[in-house]
Structures are given as C-alpha cells and as structure tokens.
Design a protein around this ligand. Structure first.
Ligand code: AMP
Length: 421
C-alpha cells in the first residue's frame, strides 16, 4: 500500500470545506482592500532563492535538476517569485501596485503540528509606496483578514529592523556577531543570547541593558537609546505614526511594539510585523511581513516594497483549537425516481434545478425508497424530490423536507417559483 510522502497531507471533503471557507474569507479581504490576485509557477530557477539567502537555503528547500540539467526549486515562499514577475512584466503598471496570491509552498522542514513540507501561504506585495498610512493599511488588512476567519485570540507585534540594527551598533556588535544573535532573538532564547553576548565581551550591565531594550515595548526607552541616530529617529517616528493610525483609523488597539522581531528571510529592511495565535503553542506564528528590498537585486528599478504571508494551514489549526463552528455546505436536493420508468423525468427535474444553481444529486443506483432516503440523509440533503408515476400524471412531484419530515406535492412547472419564495 502506498503512503503519502512525509510532511504532506490529504484533505477530506470536510477539511476542504473548512479550507475553502478560510480561502474565500482571505480572498475577499484582499479584494476589499483593492488587491488583485496573481499566480506564479510552483517551481522556479533555484538561483531566485539562493541569490539573497545564499547557498545555505538549499538545505531547507526542495531543489532538483530537470532532464535538461537546469537547477530548479519548488518555491519555499512567494515573495521572490512575485518580485521576479514584477521585474519581468509589471514594472510599468501604475503605483502603488497591490498584488495578492494564495498558493502552495514547499520546505524541507521537520514536520510537526502546524509545520509541513507542503503548505499554503496567502500573501501580498505592496509595490511603490512606503508611507506610514500604506504600512498601517497593510498591517490592518492582515489583522482583519485573520479576525474575519473567526479567530478570537490573536496578537499583533510591530518592530523595525533599522532600529534593531542601530541598537546592535550601540553595543558595538560586528556584522558577524549580529548574524549570530539574530536567530537567538527570533526564537527568544534569552539564556543563549546572554552567553553569546558575554562571549562577545559585553559586561553584565551591558548584557542586562541589551536584553531590556530588545524586550521592551516602551518607545521612550527606545528613543533614549537611539538618540542622535538620524535614520533610526525617522524610523521610530514612522513606527509611532503607524501605531497611531492603527488605533485611530482602524480601531486596532491591541498592537504591541516588539524590537525582537527579526524575520527569518534576509531581505527585510524597515518596519516588520508578526501576528501570533497563542493557542498554537510552539508554532504560533500565523503571519509575518514588513518592508523589504529585492527589486534592485533582481535587476529592476528601485521602488519601495512591503508585504506579508499568512500561514493558511496554521490559521485552520488555530480555528480548530478555538473550536470554531465552520459553515458546512449542504446538498439542496436529492432526487429519487420511484421506478425505472420515471428515470428520464427525474433526470430532467434534477437538471432544471442545477441550471438554477441549486446543488442537486440524484439516485444513480436504482435503489428502493428506504435505501435512497437513507443515502440522501447521509449526504446531508436538505430536501428530497420523489418522482413517481402517479404524481407525474398530475405534472407534479413530492418534495420532502429532510429536517421536519413534511411532504408536499408541487407542480413541476412551479418548483423554481416556489423555491424562490
Ligand atoms: P515565512 O515565509 O517563513 O515568514 O512564513 C510565513 C508564514 O507561513 C508563517 O508565519 C507560518 O504561518 C507559515 N509557515 C512557514 N513555514 C511553514 C510550514 N513548514 N508549514 C506550515 N506553515 C508554515
């Protein structure tokens, strides 16, 4: 017997209903904010992903050579592909350009709950602006999107990589040392961070000071630390503006400043943000994004870019953990021909209803009434239509409500009109 590959999943029809519900909610929210959907290939040239992140990323992705000897990779994320598409084809479009996607991604991760080798990301790229109102709108959209799916408990954190770099410089950390501490900060491994800082010859006071500033959400403390650094001061002002817009214009009052957001990928630059669902435990990050630079690296004309990606699968796990009551789709009608002589009429009735956008199934096994009704019930049919010779003589059928058991005769020519009432 065959088994599915490690880290992949099959989805039953019940699971697909949940996935489609979340997908529809996400797609509608993007469209609500004026974003337009695009699609890129599932595999790309490997270099697209190694160019910025280096050869190390090969360890974490599915890469292969095709029969023509081309080095390819299954996409681990969609920002690089979307920017490649933009540089190739979309540079002349009016700005800002608001693009969104929903697509499968592949990573050679260690599978666990909320972490898969094949998963779906829903994300967007905002190209051509980096005003505080643009960033605030982007962050608000991510937040609303997750709220609209029905999630009750999510936390929004906003940080800034320019401020973080300035803090690193204040403590005289070299580029190499910065690279070393970033993942420790990201994973909130404070003990290991202390050891590393001590190895870098910071004294105890400096270490405490460093950890305090990284952990603080107090903007005054950050302001004091970065004092005379002009670019950092500007970014801090921007952060304050974004937070104000989120509160005053979008009524999002529970965002928190967090300096320890470092983001995994190497191309982020300024404002960054993350949304977490605490209910998920270890793999609690639902969404990550911010401002980044990739266009120039891919040979395009410089223009500001920001975006985010929502972990679609984790959103569903979080909703399940919160015991969300997902809407289920029911079959509108199940048509039962009473005998083989009325099969043609039964098919015609089913087809008439289908043309009018009802979901309709019909007994295709020539079952007796009892068995057919049982099957209709197992398929969650709201109503059954019983087509029998006596009713047909009166150009009618019997419609049975499967919930109440109520039955009534209805003229075939009037079915659609009756249903519309
Ligand atoms: P990233 O591109 O790493 O910033 O990831 C964006 C989002 O995708 C994360 O916040 C997760 O929710 C989701 N994600 C990343 N890796 C995986 C994975 N292996 N399985 C499921 N979801 C993932």
């Amino acid at each position: 017997m065959f088994k599915k590959p490690r880290g992949t999943r099959d989805f039953s029809s019940e699971e697909m209903q949940k996935r489609r519900y979340v997908e529809d909610t996400i797609r509608k929210t993007f469209q609500n904010f004026g974003y337009q959907e695009i699609q890129t290939p599932t595999f790309e040239n490997l270099e697209l992903f190694t160019m910025k992140s280096g050869e190390e990323i090969i360890e974490e992705i599915y890469s292969f050579e095709d029969k023509g000897g081309r080095k390819l990779a299954l996409r681990p994320e969609l920002t690089a592909p979307v920017i490649r598409f933009y540089v190739e084809k979309l540079q002349m479009e009016a700005k800002p350009l608001k693009l969104f996607y929903i697509g499968n991604c592949y990573r050679y991760d260690r599978p666990q709950k909320g972490r898969y080798r094949e998963f779906t990301q829903a994300g967007c790229e905002l190209i051509g602006t980096k005003t505080p109102e643009a960033l605030a709108e982007l962050i608000a959209m991510a937040y609303f999107m997750l709220k609209k799916t029905g999630l009750k408990n999510i936390n929004l954190y906003i940080g800034d990589l320019t401020l973080l770099s300035t803090i690193f410089q204040k403590f005289n950390l070299s580029k190499k040392q910065q690279e070393y501490v970033r993942p420790l900060i990201d994973k909130e491994k404070w003990g290991e961070l202390k050891d590393a800082l001590s190895d870098f010859e910071l004294n105890d006071n400096e270490i405490d000071d460093f950890i305090e500033i990284i952990q603080t959400s107090d903007l005054e403390k950050i302001r004091k630390k970065i004092q005379e650094e002009n670019s950092a001061k500007k970014q801090l002002e921007k952060l304050i503006k974004i937070k104000r817009i989120l509160v005053e214009n979008f009524q999002i009052t529970n965002s928190e400043i967090k300096m320890s957001i470092v983001r995994g990928l190497d191309y982020y630059t300024g404002t960054v943000f993350e949304i977490e669902a605490p209910v998920l435990g270890a793999e609690k990050q639902l969404c990550g994004g911010g401002t980044y630079q990739l266009i120039e690296l891919f040979g395009g004309k410089e223009t500001p870019t920001s975006g985010f990606a929502v972990g679609f699968d984790r959103t569903i796990v979080a909703l399940e953990e919160e015991e969300k009551d997902f809407p289920t789709s029911k079959l509108d009608f199940f048509v039962i021909p009473v005998n083989n002589q009325v099969l043609d009429e039964a098919t015609e009735i089913a087809q008439k209803l289908r043309f009018n956008n009802y979901s309709v199934d019909i007994d295709l096994k020539r079952r007796n009434m009892g068995k057919a009704l049982k099957y209709a019930d197992s398929k969650n049919a709201k109503k059954t239509i019983i087509v029998g010779p006596e009713e047909l003589e009166k150009q009618s059928v019997t419609i049975k409500d499967m919930e109440t058991g109520e039955q009534k005769m209805v003229k075939i020519s009037k079915i659609i009109d009756k249903l519309k009432k």
